[in-house]
Design a protein around this ligand. Structure first.
Ligand code: PA5
Length: 428
């Protein structure tokens, strides 16, 4: 059977035999993974997701028919996945094919951002999808307060039809608000944490509205869930990737740089960064996840990668086929001296720049993990998302940290609330 995704380690003294020394440890972690609580995402694509896809597509069709813009309110795991898929698959310019514009709110507390957003919505038909698993996170709660009042002012009694809530099935402030107001609701399963929730309604509704085929996305994820259920390290690329990055970490590399050559993937990088950063950065351990988009960043941080402190390894993400391309045109003047590239396509030149980068980084002693997929489309992105989630769970367990909690994020939320309440007490 031809593999859909391939992981290769380059520029490094570690070989397949070194990687396979982890095979017993990996098998043991694999067997123990389902005993962790928040692993509902692991088998979800293997179950019947048709019903979820149908109900999401149904609501998405209504939104596309009745609105010009969907405002998605959420932060962290409640928006990064949707924005990643949307930007990876939507056209670079103009509106998405078969979808409407999707914009984000509640991902920051910038007054300028929310004020400009309201002004931008003027004259446009609007729906709102507010997403929060806990239902009480400050950033989305504040944005929802503003947008809820805005919708009520604009649509009166009809506002209730234009606000969709994605939250916990039973608890939380947002759940109470939604029940009381009679908003339509989608559920974030209790056993799926924020950064592992992109393949639930959290990610699926916004991207369906943006015109992305969520059936394809889920079919790709199912393919991954089937293949990557394999306990043997030698046959499981997600586990191989987890072991490769773990071994490099053990050798003293402290930073992993996820790199790709397609600018539409830069928001996908952000999703990946949260997944690994929040899952592994605990007990003063973990690789620091950072990201670059080439070739743009080769002209910026490329110098450091090539010649700076030897603390980095690179994970190169490569899709062999990208939809959309053009050939370099012939110019009779050839004043720029580029006629030798006539008829080569931009994507071909981009792929050669990828090879050049890997070679240059070999000279600079930068280890590279290469992850290759045949095509950048919904199916392969669904596969890749699942691949990274499975690899991340394994990788965190190799580090002996819990992949599914985020005490550091909770600490920030707690401290901010304390400060806001202290200030209120002083002013009263
Ligand atoms: O991964 C996580 O759990 C976090 O990043 C959350 O997604 C983020 O803090 C938002 O939380 P909530 O969905 O509860 O509003």
């Amino acid at each position: 059977k031809k593999e859909i995704l391939q992981t290769t380690l380059l520029n490094c003294s570690l070989d397949e035999q070194d990687i396979l020394t982890y095979k017993d440890q990996v098998k043991q972690i694999h067997e123990n993974l389902p005993n962790h609580y928040a692993t509902g995402w692991m088998d979800a694509p293997l179950h019947d997701y048709e019903k979820l896809v149908t109900s999401i597509n149904y609501v998405a069709s209504e939104i596309k028919a009745c609105a010009d813009v969907l405002v998605v309110i959420g932060v962290g795991g409640s928006f990064l996945g949707a924005r990643a898929i949307q930007e990876a698959l939507a056209p670079y310019f103009g509106l998405p094919k078969g979808g409407i514009e999707v914009v984000y709110a509640g991902l920051n507390m910038s007054g300028a951002y929310i004020k400009e957003l309201l002004a931008y919505l003027d004259g446009k038909q609007v729906y709102v999808n507010v997403i929060s698993k806990s239902g009480g996170t400050m950033e989305p709660a504040l944005a929802f307060r503003v947008l809820r009042l805005y919708m009520e002012e604009r649509y009166g009694d009809k506002a209730v039809e234009r606000i969709i809530v994605t939250t916990d099935e039973e608890k939380g402030i947002l759940k109470n608000i939604a029940d009381k107001a009679g908003y339509r609701q989608f559920v974030i399963p209790d056993d799926v944490g924020g950064r592992y929730s992109v393949l639930t309604a959290v990610g699926l509704l916004p991207v369906a509205v943006a015109g992305i085929d969520i059936q394809e996305l889920m079919d790709g994820a199912r393919h991954a869930a089937t293949e990557l259920a394999q306990p043997e390290l030698a046959f499981n690329d997600a586990y191989k990737y987890a072991v490769m990055r773990h071994m490099l970490y053990e050798q003293g590399y402290t930073n992993e740089l996820l790199a790709s050559f397609e600018p539409g993937l830069s928001k996908f990088h952000e999703w990946w960064k949260q997944l690994f950063g929040e899952s592994e950065g605990k007990d003063h351990k973990g690789l620091y996840p950072s990201t670059v988009t080439f070739s743009t960043d080769l002209h910026a941080i490329g110098q450091y990668i090539q010649d700076g402190r030897r603390i980095l390894f690179e994970t190169l993400l490569h899709f062999h086929e990208i939809e959309g391309d053009m050939a370099v045109p012939y110019d009779v003047r050839d004043e720029d001296g580029l006629n030798y590239l006539t008829n080569r396509t931009f994507n071909e030149i981009n792929a050669i720049s990828k090879q050049g980068t890997a070679l240059a980084h070999a000279e600079g002693d930068v280890p590279v993990i290469q992850i290759e997929l045949p095509k950048l489309d919904a199916y392969h992105l669904g596969y890749l998302i699942y691949f990274f989630m499975k690899a991340c769970a394994m990788s965190a367990c190799l580090l002996e940290v819990n992949p599914f909690d985020q005490p550091g994020v909770e600490a920030y939320k707690r401290k901010m609330l304390e400060l806001l309440k202290e200030e209120k007490a002083v002013t009263e």
